[in-house]
Design a protein around this ligand. Structure first.
Ligand SMILES: *[C@@H]1O[C@H](CO)[C@@H](O)[C@H](O)[C@H]1NC(C)=O
Ligand SMILES: *[C@@H]1O[C@H](CO)[C@@H](O)[C@H](O)[C@H]1NC(C)=O
Ligand SMILES: *[C@@H]1O[C@H](CO)[C@@H](O)[C@H](O)[C@H]1NC(C)=O
Length: 225
């Protein structure tokens, strides 16, 4: 279901947010990858909940980025409970990522969120993706062994999509890349590819516009399978 927008904030709050944004932008180095940070937030929360850590699978991360692209920047489709057909994993996502089709493993959960304002990965986790009992249930599901995350703005700008895919299976023989090398899929960032994500810096800087106009729209959906 669509989530209501956050309540309007006073100018003081915006000033604090702007300062936070500036410090985030300055702290961003070329190795920064918000998708990796999102996986760290997920694993941190799972560990604190006494659930086991999930392996960060780059093939699955790349599929998460393709999953986002299937929405073609249509933020409101997220709240509409729409999702790409399951066949798209084999038909388009895997080929686009260079993931071997024979290594696709069933998806055990998905979290998807979209918002016009860029936030830090930690905030995306707690304020966008994990919003209700259903998303928490998906987060702690015992069937997950692996995770892949992605973040993408449309053409490097708003709206910003965050996607997390969970899967079972063994990390070393599922979602493997042809030739063992991750494909460079842009724009956007995905987790586990041990790569810097140049978009991250652009993402942080392009925060100013949405912050000033005060546009804030959060749509999330959690899928059990
Ligand atoms: C995990 O994240 C949820 C959602 O942000 C939060 O309510 C919960 O307190 C967190 N749990 C731990 C143990 O940090
Ligand atoms: C785990 O997977 C099994 C088999 O697919 C399923 O029956 C079960 O409901 C799943 N458990 C959870 C907690 O989703
Ligand atoms: C994959 O992992 C399993 C155990 O997790 C291990 O027994 C196996 O040798 C590994 N295979 C490769 C190709 O690394």
């Amino acid at each position: 279901m669509p989530q209501p927008s956050a309540p309007p904030m006073g100018s003081m709050a915006w000033l604090v947010i702007l300062l936070l944004i500036v410090s985030t932008a300055l702290a961003t180095d070329s190795k920064n990858n918000p998708a990796d940070e999102l996986v760290a937030a997920i694993n941190g929360n799972r560990t604190a909940h006494k659930s086991h850590t999930l392996l960060d699978n780059p093939g699955l991360g790349c599929l998460a980025l393709e999953y986002i692209k299937a929405y073609k920047g249509q933020c409101d489709e997220v709240g509409n409970d729409k999702k790409p057909p399951d066949s798209s994993f084999a038909d388009t996502f895997a080929p686009n990522c260079g993931v071997e089709a024979t290594t696709l493993t069933p998806i055990t959960g998905r979290l998807l969120g979209c918002q016009s304002k860029y936030v830090s990965p930690g905030e995306a986790f707690s304020d966008i993706l994990i919003q209700n009992p259903k998303s928490l249930q998906i987060l702690y599901d015992k069937n997950h062994t692996q995770v892949g995350a992605a973040v993408s703005g449309t053409d490097g700008g708003a709206p910003y999509f965050w996607c997390v895919l969970f899967s079972g299976g063994k990390a070393n023989n599922s979602f493997t890349f042809n030739g063992g090398v991750a494909k460079d899929v842009r724009p956007g960032c995905f987790s586990g590819n041990n790569d810097d994500c140049s978009n991250a810096i652009r993402l942080s800087r392009s925060l100013f516009l949405p912050a000033i106009t005060g546009v804030l729209l959060a749509l999330v959906y959690a899928f059990g399978l």
